[in-house]
Structures are given as structure tokens and as C-alpha cells.
Ligand binder design. Structure first.
Ligand code: GLV
Length: 326
């Protein structure tokens, strides 16, 4: 029985050494890593190194009694039942910080693509419809002077907002902050932000309080003609309602990197030329993905070596009663 299960061949040269040191088995690409797989293959393991779409449920945790750490190679950890893990003294770790800039860059790629109709314009040209410059061809939204509304001014939200100045946008936001943002930004309650933002961008983790946060009622409160960007988690938005508001023109466009039931995408979105749809690539920069993999392995290795992980997602001050290997 291996000591460690790495549920995907992570893109880092360190994987080989890690597996040699910690008796690791790497699950080949293309394998369906579902609850039943993890219950079966993880049964004797002390560490699971997982991806964000691999469900580490209570049943998985119960089926892996020797488990000491679930090291997720992602910033998000909504795929892990953290309360159940914590109750069993199993560390849960993520990779915060290392993907903020990459995710912020992709968020801006979506903002620009939506506001300036980049994907639609590319399609237009390839379809042979470009017959020469015209003053009103494919007009979009100017960014200068518009309001960028940020829901969730955490690490990624801050990086997104930091870039707004370069485009002449004003920043407004909703959500708690560790410190005031290091640039001009107006805090607002959510409903006020929905009404003020020309471009609304979501940067919240998926938790019971953010699931369905942008429901139909809140989507209807967005400024008419506004743009919605989501690079956080799909289940924060009611996709069906969003598709209707885009189809009717009530909202100008949406740029989505995440979906309620990945890899499925709501069929109502698929045919819309004002929806830019990406396959969850927010952090997919080469160095970023390598660093995320390294952090996950580092966290797992630290726990397997008897220490504490770098980025446990439990509140640190409540750790001690649960630590099995201090
Ligand atoms: C990506 O979505 C992540 O959580 O790292």
C-alpha cells in the first residue's frame, strides 16, 4: 500500500523525488478521480495530494483512517469536507498567494475580451465578414472612467483591482479586507455595488454563504448593460438566470472561467456571442502551476515528516487539540 496518493501527474520536476521519499503513487491523467476511487485507492494512505475537482468527502475521510493531510494543489478547497477532516485531525492545505497575479491577469483578459468583444470580433473575421474599416464596427464598452466592482477584496480581488488604474477605471468593492486596499477604492454594500459597477468581478471562495450569492434577484439589480466576470467558483452565480439576462441584452456580456457543474456548462450560455467561456484556466501560467504543485507537495511532505504544514486552512490557533504529530 502506498503512503501517499497524488491524484494527478502534477507539472513539477519535484514530483519524482517526492514520490520516492514518501512512497507516492501518481494517478495517471484521464483517470476518473471520484469519491469511490478515492475511498478505494486512498484507503491505506497518510497523505492525499488532490486537485480542486477531486471530492474529499466525509466518506472518503472515513475510508482513509491513516490519513494525516489532504494537500490540495489549488487556492480553493471547496472540494474537501474541511469540518470532517478537522474533526479527524487531518490537515487540509491549499496554495494561497502564488496564483493571485496569474488569476488577476486572466480576469483582465476576460474583462477586455467582454468589453471590446475580442472573441466575437475574431469569429467575425474568420467567417469572412471583414470587408473594411467601419466607424461603427463591433463597438464595445470603453473602460476609461467606468466603475470596476469587486466582490471579495482578498488577495486575488486586490490584484485585479490594482490593475484597474492602468485602464482609468474607478474601483468600488464589497467584502471584508485585512487592511484598507493600497489604492483608491470605495467600500459599498453589495446591493449598492451591483447598481454602481459597469464591470462586476467575483473573487470570493465558495462557502455556504457565497453559494448562489449572485442569484436572479441580485443579477437583476446589476446596472443595465453591465458586464459580469467570474473567475472564482461557478456556484456563486445562478447560471440559468445569467444566461437569460445575457440573451435579453439586460446584461451586456459575461466572462466566465468557472461553472456550477464543471465540466458541464449551462446550455443557455453556449450559443451566446456575448458570453466568453473559458475552461477554468485562471491560474494556468507555467510558473504558477509549477509553484502550486510544489506547495502542495511541500505541505504534504511537511506533515508526513512529522511537522506542521505551511498553509493549513483550519484557523491556526485551534490546531493543537487535533495535531497527531506535533
Ligand atoms: C483555482 O480555481 C484554484 O482554486 O486554485
Amino acid at each position: 500500500m502506498p503512503k501517499t496518493l497524488v491524484t494527478y501527474p502534477l507539472p513539477t520536476p519535484r514530483l519524482k523525488d517526492f514520490c520516492e521519499k514518501w512512497d507516492g503513487v501518481v494517478v495517471p491523467k484521464g483517470t476518473t478521480v471520484d469519491e469511490a476511487f478515492l475511498m478505494r485507492e486512498g484507503a491505506g494512505c497518510e497523505a492525499l495530494v488532490t486537485l480542486l475537482n477531486h471530492p474529499v468527502t466525509r466518506r472518503v475521510l472515513e475510508a482513509c483512517p491513516r490519513l494525516r493531510v489532504v494537500a490540495n494543489a489549488a487556492a480553493g478547497f471547496d472540494n474537501v469536507d474541511v469540518a470532517a477532516a478537522r474533526g479527524r485531525g487531518v490537515f487540509v492545505t491549499n496554495t494561497p498567494g502564488v496564483l493571485d497575479r496569474a488569476t488577476a491577469d486572466l480576469t483582465w483578459a476576460l474583462i477586455l475580451a467582454c468589453c471590446r468583444r475580442v472573441v466575437e470580433a475574431d469569429r467575425f473575421l474568420r467567417e469572412g465578414r471583414f470587408h473594411g474599416w467601419e466607424p461603427d464596427l463591433l463597438l464595445g464598452m470603453d473602460l476609461n472612467g467606468k466603475v470596476l466592482g469587486v466582490v471579495g477584496m482578498g488577495r486575488i480581488g486586490t490584484e485585479v483591482a490594482r490593475r484597474a488604474g492602468a485602464f482609468g477605471m474607478k474601483v468600488a468593492y464589497h467584502g471584508p479586507t485585512a487592511a484598507p486596499p493600497p489604492f483608491p477604492a470605495e467600500a459599498m454594500d453589495l446591493d449598492a455595488l451591483l447598481g454602481a459597477a459597469d464591470v462586476l468581478t467575483l473573487h470570493v471562495p465558495l462557502t455556504p454563504s457565497t453559494r448562489g450569492l449572485l442569484d436572479r434577484r441580485r443579477l437583476m439589480r446589476m446596472k443595465p448593460g453591465a458586464v459580469l466576470i467570474n473567475t472564482s467558483r461557478g456556484a456563486v452565480v445562478d447560471e440559468g438566470a445569467l444566461a437569460e439576462l445575457l440573451a435579453s441584452g439586460r446584461l451586456r456580456a459575461a466572462g466566465l472561467d468557472v461553472y456550477e457543474r464543471e465540466p458541464a456548462v449551462h446550455p443557455g450560455l453556449m450559443g451566446l456571442s456575448n458570453a466568453v467561456l473559458l475552461p477554468h484556466i485562471g491560474s494556468a501560467g507555467e510558473e504558477t502551476r509549477r509553484t502550486m504543485a510544489d506547495w502542495a507537495l511541500e505541505n504534504a511532505g511537511r506533515v508526513l515528516g512529522g511537522g506542521a504544514p505551511l498553509t493549513n486552512v483550519w484557523p491556526l490557533d485551534t490546531l493543537s487539540p487535533f495535531v497527531k504529530n506535533p
